[in-house]
Design a binder for this molecule. Structure first.
Ligand SMILES: O=C(O)c1ccc(O)c(O)c1
Ligand SMILES: [Mg+2]
Length: 625
């Protein structure tokens, strides 16, 4: 199937859109009428530009309010169609997409509609053109794909075919299995869109909340399996009306679109997406966070080392040739990089003290790299010193890196090969009882959230959880978790410029890791160790403890232990959660200590308390300056 996208899906003017569509690597494009009307150039110019970019003009759309009109509107509708046919000849496309009538004047009846379409087919055939009929989910008489198919079937005209648009089909929650019995050659166009499940009218839902396949909740795999059975081999075209996309980078959104189509075809038998098709290795199993690398200047490297030691980490080695140290506790590996060369250094120059890379352990690092690149991730490599191991990596959030590690290649020996062991290091160290990285939390522009959601869930076996709105004193923060059984990532975005989250983006000059949570096997012991070693734990107000006492009926003794250590508490049907936070390091990132007792959430109810407390600390710091 040809990959295609409708111009309405992107921001920018028509030229920018077409450039981005071609640059992303699509085979074709749908011209949405408004993009043509607002363009300062002739239809011939547009057609030539499209061909010169190597794109196929898949369809011109939409032609509205056509079928079932009484006279005199009916005659006028045919005249309007003839004008569109003229335009199509100038543009150089043979397909007009007709969407079902929404006019209150239109008359019902499948036969009437079929007769109108057959006549339109005759007129189109005279010019070597075709028409394709789509059921809008809010159409006056025709709103169900089974009815639009019945109209096309009864029109029984070689130049009249069907459009299947997954949004309209799924918005009506009708069964998908009837798709499989439509003959593939009667389907002229397939438009794909995903969307979050929302309770609202179909028109507003469609015009504002569509998103790329994989970013929403629709059962698109089931659709594709049914489509494969029809033998359809025409365009697979993204048609996405989305408010975020309209205000995002044209190029990035176009690339996300193509990634989503490649992902849509992944694992669907009988479906080849793109002219060549892309065979993907299976989704990478994200087994654990293998390491986290911090990019800092020398001065901050010392401070960060002091903080790591106070958090119970043991320095285990120094890189043989670079100003890089390795810290470990339990299965957590942290790397402090203050070398004057290489990626970390350039990242530090832009962002200041920061997490510049996260290493994810997978089953097979090489296969993961292949999959990531097939899904259009940007590979990263830099000069590898003698005797060093080249670790596969791709660009991630805010230009930071995601490295891939595994247990079976030479990558498993990276610490031994590249690091001089620290003499006298306690190799069993787990002083503060921290065992694993529990989660990594990224802050990003609100408009980027769907990009990184698709990135993480298409490459890895990370599933998405429902999004949450978290109140910050300066506005709402939207939070999206993606997780496997052992790796949890949080993607946070905010539309308010006043949230802490947005301040982070300003001060950090972009998106990145805002905090890192370590899983403790005994939160009280962990916090005691850290406090005894000078770690300042984020203070939590007394009111909070009064509230959780009332809410959960906690024993006074437990409450005292929580209060004394500024530990937050949550409980649900599954279990209990304990969490404490460090103060922010260098005004950038902070650490969280958590203990999960059969609990799978992230303490969302506590997040506003934490955010308010952090805001208070920041204001106090600002006032002291
Ligand atoms: O929102 C609309 O009007 C509209 C127009 C054309 C389409 O293909 C569609 O799915 C929706
Ligand atoms: Mg459509």
């Amino acid at each position: 199937m040809l990959t295609s996208i409708a111009t309405v899906s992107l921001s920018g003017d028509l030229q920018e859109k077409l450039d981005a569509i071609a640059a992303a690597g699509f085979d074709g494009v749908e011209i949405f009428e408004n993009d043509l009307l607002s363009f300062d150039g002739s239809p011939e110019d547009v057609g030539k530009t499209i061909r010169d970019l190597g794109l196929k003009l898949v369809t011109f759309q939409p032609f509205r309010d056509f079928e079932g009109m009484p006279e005199p509107q009916r005659t006028r509708a045919f005249e309007r169609a003839e004008r569109k046919f003229d335009l199509m000849e100038e543009l150089g496309t043979d397909l007009l997409m007709v969407c079902s009538n929404v006019s209150p004047q239109s008359l019902g009846g499948l036969d009437r509609a079929a007769k109108d379409l057959a006549e339109l087919g005759d007129r189109a055939a005279k010019r070597g053109l075709r028409v394709a009929f789509e059921a809008l989910s809010w159409g006056k008489h025709i709103s169900d794909y089974r009815d639009s198919w019945e109209v096309v079937r009864r029109a029984n005209h070689p130049n009249v075919g069907l459009v299947l648009d997954t949004f309209h089909i799924m918005a009506r929650k009708v069964p998908l299995d009837a798709i499989s019995s439509i003959p593939g050659d009667k389907i002229f166009l397939v438009q794909v869109a995903d969307a979050p499940i929302l309770e609202m009218d179909a028109l507003s839902w469609s015009r504002h909340f569509r998103c790329f396949p994989g970013q929403g909740d629709f059962p698109l795999g089931e659709f594709m399996r049914n489509l494969a059975m029809t033998g359809y081999d025409g365009p697979l075209s993204l048609e996405i009306f989305n408010d975020q996309f309209r205000s995002s980078s044209t190029k990035n959104v176009a690339k996300d679109g193509l990634r989503s189509l490649i992902y849509l075809g992944d694992g669907i038998e009988g479906v080849q997406v793109g002219e060549k098709g892309t065979a993907l290795p299976p989704k990478a199993h994200a087994k654990e966070v293998g390491f986290v690398e911090f990019a800092v200047e020398e001065e901050n490297a010392e401070k960060l080392a002091t903080l790591f030691a106070a958090l119970g980490f043991e320095k285990r080695g120094s890189h043989k040739t670079k100003a890089v140290t390795w810290w470990k506790q339990g299965d957590i590996n942290l790397v402090i990089n203050c070398d004057k060369d290489g990626f970390a250094h350039s990242y530090n120059i832009v962002h200041g003290p920061s997490v510049c890379a996260v290493g994810l352990k997978v089953d097979d690092a090489k296969a993961t790299m292949d999959r990531a690149q097939s899904l259009l991730a940007a590979p990263f490599s830099q000069a590898v010193g003698e005797g060093e191991i080249e670790m596969p990596a791709i660009r991630g959030v805010g230009g930071s890196l995601v490295y891939f590690l595994d247990d079976h290649s030479e990558l498993s020996r990276i610490w031994d090969v590249e690091f001089e062991p620290e003499k006298g290091a306690d190799t069993d160290a787990g002083k503060a009882k921290l065992r694993k990285v529990d989660h990594v939390s990224y802050s990003m522009q609100y408009e980027e959230m769907l990009t990184w959601l698709l990135y993480f869930t298409s490459i890895f076996d990370l599933g998405k959880m429902p999004t949450l709105d978290i109140p910050d004193p300066g506005g709402l923060v939207q939070s999206q978790v993606v997780q496997s059984d052992a790796v949890r990532l949080i993607l946070n975005g905010s539309q308010s410029p006043h949230t802490q989250h947005s301040q982070f983006l300003n001060e950090f000059f972009g998106s990145g890791v805002q905090h890192l949570a370590f899983a403790s096997e005994d939160i009280f012991a962990s916090v005691d160790y850290c406090m005894a070693h000078g770690v300042e734990i984020l203070p939590i107000p007394e009111n909070y403890y009064d509230d959780i006492e009332a809410r959960f009926g906690l024993e006074p003794e437990l409450l005292d232990r929580l209060r004394a250590r500024n530990i937050l508490y949550d409980r649900d049907d599954e279990g209990e959660y304990y969490q404490a936070y460090t103060r922010t390091f260098a005004n950038r990132f902070f650490f969280e200590l958590v203990e999960r007792r059969a609990y799978r959430g992230f303490g969302a109810a506590n997040a506003p308390i934490r955010l308010a407390s952090q805001t208070r600390m920041n204001r106090r710091n600002d006032a002291a300056k």
